[in-house]
Design a protein around this ligand. Structure first.
Ligand SMILES: C[S@@+](CC[C@H](N)C(=O)[O-])C[C@H]1O[C@@H](n2cnc3c(N)ncnc32)[C@H](O)[C@@H]1O
Length: 371
């Protein structure tokens, strides 16, 4: 396979332009979409991107952060004012999008010249921003900085990597202060807790609900040893954190079993929320609030079910957006608990009801005896 000009049957609507192609993939450039971007993909995905416009615009004016050098970590972003929980700290459209296929499958020499053609089609400020990313060549710049995104639901052919050069300046932290989400192709970073002036803005590159050793192994794939405050804490602190993570896993397993008919208590939900808080897992706490809300609903404890459902919806909306199914379900539980599937399914019965259930049981047994 070799790089070649696009054949005449590849047509895209203006202002899209087609660059070079290789196999079924081409470079498609659009200087007016977002801040200007290039898509390295198949023509069908150009149509999907077109259906997304107008896009949420990048908010590059007076951001609440500044860029600084950090010894041993390259550059990073730091808050230049207090940032409130739930605030959208930055929002950007991608500069380059590449389908998983060409990034993974093409021979490296063809791939690099294909990528070089792609960046020549970017408006020069975007090209400069892209090239300023860490990494020795274009492949590495994409590999070490881009975000996975699906531009057509979870359809496998829609799996792409999106390069957001401004977002890529953020370092990883195992207990980050920002959550990120991609809607259509716009990337948003949202504060999951209050961030003080001077604090570094961080996201997590991996699943943080893992013990230190497992997190370090995952980050090796990213090519670095993590020096975040949790990973470089004292041995005792790391041990306490690992134990809490194990406790969370054990408790969640116990709760899942108990929901199926075992010993479920509202205290389990409270304990789970407490563990997430103590471990600083703000980015995931929506899941703990959801479990607590459901248990309270099952026992028919209205006030607590509503309170935790609201906390769950607020937390998960930061991660998934207001329209996400889990968020909608928790808003409904908070508003009309009695309509929720979980409502009172585990409510303790009154003496009278217990008496009734016992009588029915005895009646069934006597029928069995007669048979
Ligand atoms: C997406 S970039 C982040 C910005 C980067 N600091 C820069 O100068 O462009 C990822 C790279 O930053 C560094 N990095 C990010 N998080 C780190 C962490 N927690 N500990 C050590 N290095 C980190 C690693 O070199 C990693 O490969």
């Amino acid at each position: 396979s070799e790089l070649k000009p696009a054949s005449d049957d590849i047509q895209v609507p203006a202002p899209w332009k087609v660059g070079k192609c290789i196999k079924e993939y081409c470079n498609f450039a659009n200087p007016t979409m977002g801040d200007g971007l290039v898509l390295i993909s198949t023509p069908a995905n150009v149509d999907i991107l077109n259906s997304f416009s107008p896009l949420i615009k990048s908010n590059s004016q007076s951001p609440p952060f500044e860029v600084r050098e950090i010894p041993g970590k390259g550059i990073g972003l730091f808050a230049n004012r207090t940032i409130q929980r739930g605030e959208i700290v930055m929002q950007y459209t991608p500069t380059l999008i590449v389908q998983f296929g060409p990034h993974i499958d093409l021979p490296s020499s063809d791939r690099e010249s294909f990528y070089q053609d792609a960046v020549t089609h970017l408006p020069s400020p975007r090209r400069d921003a892209f090239m300023a990313q860490f990494g020795k060549d274009i492949f590495t710049k994409i590999d070490r900085n881009a975000f996975r995104m699906f531009i057509n639901g979870q359809n496998p052919y829609s799996g792409h990597l999106g390069a957001f050069p401004e977002v890529a300046r953020m370092n990883h932290d195992c207990r980050p202060n920002l959550n990120s989400r991609i809607e259509n192709i716009t990337h948003s970073s949202i504060a999951v807790r209050t961030i003080a002036v001077g604090e570094e803005l961080t996201i997590s590159y991996i699943d943080g609900l893992l013990p230190r050793q497992a997190r370090q192994e995952r980050l090796q794939d990213w090519g670095f040893e993590c020096t975040c405050s949790l990973c470089s804490a004292s041995a005792e602190e790391v041990e306490a954190s690992d134990k809490r993570i194990q406790d969370i896993k054990d408790l969640e397993e116990e709760m899942d079993k108990a929901v199926g008919g075992g010993d479920l208590t509202t205290e389990m939900g409270e304990r789970l929320v407490k563990l997430y808080r103590e471990e600083g897992l703000e980015t995931y706490i929506g899941h703990a609030y959801t479990k607590a809300a459901l248990i309270y609903a099952m026992f028919g404890v209205e006030e607590k079910a509503k309170e935790y459902a609201t906390l769950a919806a607020d937390a998960m909306a930061m991660e998934l957006g207001e329209e996400a199914g889990d968020v909608v379900a928790m808003r409904q539980l908070a508003e009309r608990p009695e309509e929720h599937w979980a409502w009172e399914i585990r409510k303790p019965r009154s003496e009278e009801e217990n008496e009734q259930v016992k009588k029915e049981q005895e009646a069934r047994e006597s029928v069995k005896d007669e048979l």
